[in-house]
Design a binder for this molecule. Structure first.
Ligand code: SF4
Length: 265
């Protein structure tokens, strides 16, 4: 066997392993991070059903595994530094009994007797510097607020109403922590969105498109194909409804002896 063949087989096996052990899971629920990252409710809807989720390409799987490993390592470092850290990866249901919407936390951290929600992020140098300037992206801020909102009493007592956002620069290894306080207004806003999504998911009713066909925001949407199919089904249903209404109107006109009349509006 040629050296290049051996090297090729080696990388192929590694990629096959990545497909099995990347930590990627077929989604069958809507997570809070998806709600705060994307404004399109149709996209959120697709997220809640496994039949719409497809395995990402190698680069996506690789990022998935790296993210998982980096997160576990930071949690270990927090414990090694002597802090109490509990409920790592714990799952919560915003609506008890409804499993199609759920979220997982990175942990609950205790510092000087006070409990904080822990949220870990890994960012490149450019985004890390923005964090240092306290320009927390809206999606991250809202995600943390959502967690705090749904962790209010009676889930935890004393209440967890602060979060420690720990950000690590993946290029330099530098770390920064930002403390965030619970914001009721943002929490309620997210609760309303989740309630609306719950209704759609329960009724299996695809929400309206969030953007026009061909919009920039749709360019990287993994559900663009399913979105087009949903549009077609809606167009067919609309055409069917129109036929029924037209037929009913014709029958009404027939009953009144009005066939042949011209209607002007
Ligand atoms: S393609 Fe666009 S409109 Fe359709 S689900 Fe994705 S983001 Fe929403």
């Amino acid at each position: 066997m040629k050296d290049s063949d051996t090297a090729g087989i080696f990388t192929e096996r590694l990629e096959q392993n990545l497909q099995k052990n990347s930590g990627w899971q077929q989604r069958d629920y809507l997570g809070l991070s998806h709600v705060t990252r994307h404004s399109c409710k149709r996209r959120m809807y697709f997220e809640a059903f496994a039949e719409y989720s497809e395995m990402p390409a190698v680069n996506g799987l690789s990022k998935c595994r790296e993210g998982y490993v980096l997160e576990r390592d930071l949690q270990e470092q927090i414990k090694e530094a002597g802090f109490e850290l509990r409920l790592m990866g714990q799952e919560f249901l915003p609506f008890p009994g409804f499993k199609k919407i759920r979220f997982h936390i990175d942990g609950l951290l205790r510092i000087d007797g006070i409990w904080y929600l822990l949220e870990i992020k890994h960012r490149n140098n450019h985004k890390f510097i923005k964090f240092l300037q306290e320009k927390i992206p809206n999606e991250t801020y809202d995600q943390v607020q959502g967690y705090l909102h749904f962790l209010r009493p009676p889930r935890f007592n004393p209440p967890v109403n602060r979060a420690m956002l720990l950000v690590k620069n993946i290029e330099t290894g530098q770390m920064a922590a930002i403390l965030l306080k619970y914001n009721y207004i943002v929490g309620i806003k997210l609760q309303k969105i989740l309630l609306e999504m719950r209704k759609h998911i329960e009724a299996k009713r695809v929400p309206e498109r969030g953007f026009e066909v061909g919009a920039k925001a749709c360019k990287y949407c993994p559900y663009v194909g399913y979105c087009g199919e949903a549009d077609e089904r809606e167009a067919e249903a609309m055409a069917e409804r129109t036929v029924i209404i037209t037929r009913e109107m014709a029958m009404d006109a027939g009953d009144l002896g009005m066939q042949g009349h011209e209607w002007r509006i």
